[in-house]
Write a protein that binds this ligand. Sequence first.
Ligand code: ADP
Ligand code: GLC
Length: 513
Amino acid sequence: MNALVEPLLRNSPSQLSATATTPRRRDARGRFAGAGGSAQRRERVLFVASEMADFIKAGGLGDVAASLPRALRSGCDVRVLIPGYPAVLERLPHLQPVGVIAPRAGLPECVLACTEQGDGLPIYVLLNAALFEREGSPYVDEQGAEWPDNALRFATLAHAAAEIAAGHGDLEWSPQLLHLNDWPGALAAAYVRWNGTDVSTLLTIHNLAYQGLFPSALAPVLGVPAAHAHELDFHGRLSFLRGGIVHATRLNTVSLRYAEQITDERDGCGLHGLLAQRAERGHLSGIVNGIDESWDPRSDHHLRAHFSADQISGRAENARSVRETFRLHPGTGPLFAVVSRLVHQKGIDITCEVAPQIIAAGGQLVIIGGGEPAVEQQVRELAQRYPGQVGAWIGFEERLARQMFAGADFLLMPSRFEPCGLSQMYAQRFGCLPIAHATGGLVDTVDDGVTGFLFEQATADGMRRCVERAMRTWRLPVLLKAMRRAAMLRPSGWKLAGGRYLDLYRQAIGAAA
Ligand code: ADP
Ligand code: GLC
């Protein structure tokens, strides 16, 4: 297994920690420094994101939107388009309006502004106070309820991308390819086609389970031509994702295994037939995500103590600090962690079922996450039942999450399905071994018995046996050390994925030519 001999971080080219960048200005006409000259000769790509970790993040998509464009910059002229949420506007005080996006049917006019991040990454921000300037996550309000106007909000984002692709909006720049992500951007592929614009589109499916489903009566408001409304139809509702799947020049998802799984009825969320057709024509591929180089236990400023694959002792200090934060008793057994959205997909109920056995065997468990109220409640009850042995924190806290990866022995990920998963890669990089259901990207990134542990059935029994295996390994220090080392040295940077995306961009652009 070559993971055992790969040098740490060899494949980690992404430039800067996303959060460490400060915005730069561009010239008065909205042109970006470096956008001329050689940049003009490279593929021009607009990366359309509904979240980006520089500003706001609801899950792994935010991480990918921050890392992937940066990993691509040496190969193409890539720019990001993101809605002007308050978190974006606060961090980008030097935004300058550079264009106007015309209304379409019931979609309102928007202003387009732009800036450059400190590392030079160009960002376009779509401004419309009524649609985007509200607190909460990009998708839900502070109570966790979906924003009632999400169809309008993200159709407006998609329409703006299609307008920029058509050369409208006064930008003096237009992309050859729109890189769309998940349902919030997917409709752009359809608008481009309906408008007759000669631009390629790539739709990356990060999670097929979220389709952007809305009442079909909204079609005229969203500017869906009557003759084309059936292209979005999903059992009587409009599916934004379906529109993207039908119309994008190319489709990909975020792991090889998930790319196979979504063409099958079991994991295809009702879209498997369509996806299988596109796969047969060679239009659907899988590219495993990477993680950026801010995830480095030798230098991460969030950690209590630094460590490396060769000098691991700092992990103990992080473990002590995590136990203290979660008010656990000082422990001598293994520490298990969950860092996750608390939703059905992630199998948290399975973890809760297995937890008593972990405690009985001398382990302790710490959980951080937020999401569905019922799952949050289940987690709270577990912590109340085992004070001093199980700790839970409902919320989103990057520093603590990083400390947990750096201090825990094992990360639990019994996801029912997992398109890619980033948490397991962060854990590996920090020497915390994933115990994961063998599905999707978890299969592509966890080598069973080498860089973590896999189990075949997403059931408490399946997971229990796997936890027992992990516990036995924990008692064998030489094996444990070798596995930790293998996990930490596993190449998981963006270089490989970045190269594959560039190939795919060229393929998609070529397909339209
Ligand atoms: P998903 O996108 O399905 O939520 P991923 O594993 O791809 O799953 O990405 C989740 C991201 O969110 C990772 O960066 C993970 O570390 C982070 N994360 C999840 N929950 C929390 C939390 N409560 N606090 C901090 N980070 C979290
Ligand atoms: C989605 C998936 C997750 C993936 C992430 C980034 O949120 O649930 O598996 O890692 O997108 O691609």
